[in-house]
Design a protein around this ligand. Sequence first.
Ligand SMILES: C[S@@+](CC[C@H](N)C(=O)[O-])C[C@H]1O[C@@H](n2cnc3c(N)ncnc32)[C@H](O)[C@@H]1O
Length: 230
Amino acid sequence: MSSISDQSESRARPAAKTNPDQSIQPKLVKSKQRVADHGEVFTPAWMVEDMLNLVKGETERIDSRFLEPACGSGNFLVPVLQRKLKAVQARHGRSDFEKRHYALLAIMCVYGIELLADNVAECRANLLDVFASYLKVATTDPWHRAAERVLAANIVQGDALSMTGTDGAPIVFPEWAYLGRGKFQRRDFRYDNLTERASFQGTLFAQFEEHEIFTPAKSYPLMSAEEIAA
Ligand SMILES: C[S@@+](CC[C@H](N)C(=O)[O-])C[C@H]1O[C@@H](n2cnc3c(N)ncnc32)[C@H](O)[C@@H]1O
């Protein structure tokens, strides 16, 4: 089985959850100023694992979509991707073709919003590392470039409260799907519309799919991984 590497010591569960040293783990806080300005305190790995285990089945489903609206450097999204890639390996590991396509689908189903540019860059890089070491692809490989393109669209710098990007425009997320035979579908939706959908679920209006909140802001022709990379 291909290994999906764990990334830092701060991901290890401490001997006791009440260990007072946890509050001074340097990797959980970058600076006091950032804590004061942005509430930037990262979640320790053992707590992330416990929380993800509450939705274990979903984390192990390749095409379940996860959005972290204050994603930091990816302390939740990285282990979600690792779990998805374990599922890829178990279900599609015997076929190189399927393994690559489903690994790309796994990364397509991970979304984040983050206010600070350096955290956005770290989050994308951390996710890319996990993907690249799983598929053993170099930076020049089209699969690496395809994953980079996906992450550039899925991990957005912006304000999750106002649901706008750095330019003040509404945040837009791509909804990716793998249709088989090497073809991916992409349709873009506004984040504010996606959040409104929940209030329609279970109501008579759920069937009105022509409503603007179900209408993509943009649809793309079917694409191969090479076309996404390009
Ligand atoms: C408490 S940290 C949590 C980071 C990560 N989710 C974790 O658990 O390790 C909060 C993060 O949200 C970011 N943030 C703060 N306000 C935000 C906003 N309005 N929209 C998006 N991100 C925000 C901060 O920059 C910081 O990285």
